[in-house]
Design a protein around this ligand. Structure first.
Ligand code: FAD
Length: 478
């Protein structure tokens, strides 16, 4: 029987711009497209509930795309090292192709696997599908990793633009071997109780959905991105993050579409590309500082005097802190699996500063509830907010939830959408209902502590406590 090649799909769940698939097309041997569900390999960072929901639909979509090319996606489950060794022992496979990932546990596993397969006489070739430039390709003038975004971005911009990979689908030939495949349902990715209606209403998690979102953003929103990207009540950002995380779209496709629309030097397009570069920076940091998903990059924050409190954490998670912009964000997250970037910063800051909860607790909650949960971006976002990461916001800069609300949601559009019980409050009180006179509250049908909670902590008290904790931490290190 003719030797086959495996294309092992991981976080690159697309056909277009897929270098591993293109390598198989060039090889011209029969192709087995394979997906292995192996949460055990992800150690502490197996996909959370919202990610599993997305993954289920992304696999459905990939199955359909491949089937249009005459290829059948094989689904298996188990530790990837065992699964691949068993297959390559049993079947005539000459080569395994995959696109690289950058999470520390996955790098370790892939390195072992590559060595083992090569020792067994197989060819293994791996590619970059997930980043514009990989972390090992980029360093500062002293040959060190970047720790500050602006020079990183300047450097990235100076490098030649790499376009998407053309996949010659005509030369992909179907497998003649039958490895057996699980049904998608056997991967158990969908929730047992139906909490996913909000996700379904908010998203089209298919590859086509990603391409449509990219086109719509580039054609209709990119020009206004700079002005609107901080307004959570407005549809001003691309919402491409889950498609990028699962590799249904690659950053080079995104970059290329922006350049082709001649938007790259417009204020909106340029700012948008700089945000795509933040994603690259997150991967740069994760790769070079692999301890950061668990521990502060800045070791001075390693033993920060947090005050863990399960009740306060729960109030934050469920959107019941009494601060409307914080609660709206947490409810948007729970309902749709996504939260606007400005509000991610506000809610994260509130948890670590006002409530003094460890940033790792917030990162874990986001991990379980975001459809775009991504170890690199999530770790960077939380450490940035907590003030303990690379190029972080200084700890003493504490977001004021009322001012943030007034500035970025001045008419309370966003708060009203996610906290309907406050919808009849006038704009001037929408971000601070406790300031409203009793008659205004009762006219709006709100009794604080009944329809909507009282504040969990006074802003000034929370702020002063956070600054005192910073001082304690500093004196421990001086
Ligand atoms: P757009 O504004 O349209 O930006 C385009 C793309 O650029 C995004 O899809 C994303 O891939 C990238 N991007 C934009 N902003 C950032 C950023 N600050 N950091 C890294 N990449 C960025 N993003 C995730 O993808 N997964 C996460 O798990 C995640 N967790 C976060 C946690 C915190 C506490 C914070 C503050 C931010 C986090 N982000 C995360 C970054 C950012 O909030 C999201 O990428 C963004 O909101 C996604 O929406 P969008 O696709 O409309 O972004």
């Amino acid at each position: 029987m003719k030797d086959h090649v495996i294309v092992w799909f991981r976080q690159d769940l697309r056909v277009k711009d897929n270098p591993a698939l293109q390598a198989a097309a060039v090889a011209g041997q029969p192709v087995i497209p394979l997906y292995i569900h192996s949460p055990e390999d992800e150690a502490d960072w197996a996909p959370g509930g919202a990610s599993r929901w997305w993954l289920h639909h992304a696999l459905t979509s990939l199955t359909e795309e491949l089937s249009g090319l005459g290829l059948k996606l094989v689904l298996l489950r188990g530790g990837a090292e065992n699964v691949l060794s068993t297959i390559t022992d049993q079947f005539p496979i000459s080569t395994v192709y995959w696109n690289r990932r950058y999470e520390p546990d996955i790098i370790a596993r892939d390195t072992r696997l590559k060595k083992r397969l090569r020792e067994e006489g197989l060819t293994v070739e791996t590619f970059n599908s997930a980043l514009l430039y990989e972390p090992h390709e980029i360093s500062n003038k002293s040959g060190q990793p970047f720790r500050v975004f602006t020079p990183f971005w300047k450097h990235l911009r100076s490098l030649p633009q790499r376009g998407p990979t053309h996949v010659d689908t005509r030369t992909l030939s179907p497998a003649t071997l039958d490895l057996g495949s699980l049904d998608l349902a056997a991967l158990d990715l969908l929730p047992k109780i139906h909490w996913d209606a909000g996700l379904q209403a908010a998203w089209d998690p298919s590859i086509a959905g990603g391409i449509k979102a990219l086109e719509s953003f580039v054609n209709e929103h990119a020009e206004r991105y700079k002005a609107e990207r901080n307004l959570p009540g407005v549809n001003g950002t691309s919402r491409l993050s889950p498609y990028l995380h699962f590799g249904q779209l690659g950053p080079r496709q995104v970059w290329d579409a922006t350049v082709r629309a001649e938007l790259d030097s417009s204020p909106g397009g340029f700012t948008f590309l700089s945000e795509v570069a933040w994603r690259e920076f997150g991967y740069h940091l994760l790769y070079h500082f692999p301890h950061t998903p668990a521990d502060a990059l800045n070791s001075a924050y390693k033993n920060f005097p947090w005050v863990p409190d399960a009740q306060q954490l729960h109030a934050w998670q469920t959107g019941m802190t009494g601060y409307p912009i914080v609660d709206a964000g947490m409810r948007e997250l729970w309902q749709t699996g996504w939260m606007h970037n400005r509000v991610r910063m506000i809610t994260a800051s509130f948890l670590v500063k006002h409530l003094l909860q460890p940033w790792q607790e917030g990162a874990r909650w986001f991990w379980d509830t975001l459809v775009d949960a991504d170890l690199a971006s999530n770790t960077m976002g939380w450490q940035w907010t907590a003030g303990c990461g690379a190029d972080a916001a200084p700890y003493f800069r504490i977001f004021n939830p009322m001012l943030q609300g007034d500035k970025f949601d001045p008419e309370g559009q966003y708060v009203r959408r996610y906290i309907p019980e406050l919808s009849a409050l006038p704009n001037r009180y929408i971000h601070q209902p406790w300031e409203a006179p009793g008659s205004t509250l009762s006219k709006a049908g709100v009794t604080l502590g009944r329809e909507y909670p009282e504040r969990i902590i006074d802003h000034k008290v929370g702020r002063d406590r956070a600054l005192a904790a910073l001082q304690t931490n500093k004196s421990r290190h001086d």
